[in-house]
Each structure stands twice: as structure tokens, then as C-alpha cells.
Ligand binder design. Structure first.
Ligand SMILES: [Zn+2]
Length: 167
């Protein structure tokens, strides 16, 4: 079974992923898993011609972009920084209730996974193909220390489909 992992290239999680998940893997990378471009055509290609059956959206509380965002050190004009600070604004109330920096970072990592999940499923053709080929969409929180790996079933995102979608 072919599996695609969407990862941040700055997190260096590929080795850990290879250790944890056997089989043949594909990797798509974007800083802080925020894509500058539309990746729907690449994903469609991978699903149709490479037989991808599972897509993991991977994030980590250790991600330097998330850590920087939590610590208010936003000095760049990178898209990843603006997207993450928007995301943080949206969950400000939840973040205020958390004391631990790493717990805050974990929450941002989780929300970032959902954000990309929604971005992917917003494309009609891609969403239809995810359903037609029974592709599993899974979130993965992978921290560099020995915290347990957390898998999140993102299928619910696919359920928010319009009724007139082709089966
Ligand atoms: Zn990162």
C-alpha cells in the first residue's frame, strides 16, 4: 500500500516516519505544511497513477515555525508565518487557557493539520477522487522527543460533502 506523508522539510521527521511506517512512501513538503501553491494536481496524480491509499498530514509541536509563532517572533514575510498567525488568532481563547508552551504548540500543530485537511478537501475534483478511491486522510502529530505518536482520523472532514457530489 502506497502512503503519502505531507511534512515540513525543516522538521526532519522523515527518518522517524520511515522507522514507524513500513512500505513505500511518498513525501510532499512545505514549510510548516503551508503550501505556497495549489497542490491538488499533484495529489490527483499521486492518487490516480501512484496508487496512494493513505495521506498523512504530519505536524509537530517541535516545528520551528510553530514555536516561533507561539513565541511571537514573527519577523518574516513568509506565507507560513502569516497563515500560522491567522490560525493562532482564531484559537486565541483556547491558547490563553493553556500554560505550557509545548501544549500550546501541540494545539497549533493539530489545528494546522485540520487547516490543511480542509484546504485539500475544498477542491471538488480532489475531494471526489479521495472518496472514489477510498483514500484515508489521517493527521499525525509527531514530536521529536519520545512522546507517543498521535494519529487523528480526518475522515470527518470528507463527510462535510455536498449532497450533489458524485459518489
Ligand atoms: Zn517544521
Amino acid at each position: 500500500m502506497e502512503t503519502l506523508f505531507i511534512v515540513c522539510p525543516d522538521c526532519f521527521l522523515e527518518k522517524k516516519i520511515r522507522e514507524q511506517y513500513g512500505g513505500k512512501h511518498f513525501f510532499l513538503t512545505a514549510l510548516g505544511i503551508v503550501f505556497e501553491r495549489d497542490i491538488s494536481n499533484e495529489l490527483l496524480y499521486l492518487i490516480r497513477y501512484e496508487g496512494i491509499k493513505k495521506i498523512y498530514i504530519v505536524s509537530s509541536s517541535c516545528c520551528s515555525f510553530i514555536q516561533k509563532n507561539i513565541n511571537h517572533r514573527m519577523d518574516s514575510t513568509l506565507k507560513v508565518d502569516s497563515v500560522l498567525s491567522e490560525l493562532k488568532k482564531g484559537i486565541q481563547d483556547q491558547l490563553l487557557k493553556i500554560r505550557e508552551i509545548n501544549e500550546k504548540a501541540s494545539l497549533v500543530a493539530l489545528k494546522n493539520i485540520y487547516r490543511l485537511g480542509y484546504e485539500i478537501t475544498e477542491n471538488d475534483m480532489l475531494r471526489n477522487n479521495l472518496r472514489r478511491f477510498n483514500i484515508e486522510l489521517i493527521g499525525l502529530i509527531l514530536n521529536k522527543n519520545n512522546e507517543p505518536i498521535q494519529e487523528i482520523n480526518l475522515s470527518a472532514i470528507l463527510v462535510r460533502l455536498k449532497r450533489n457530489d458524485n459518489p
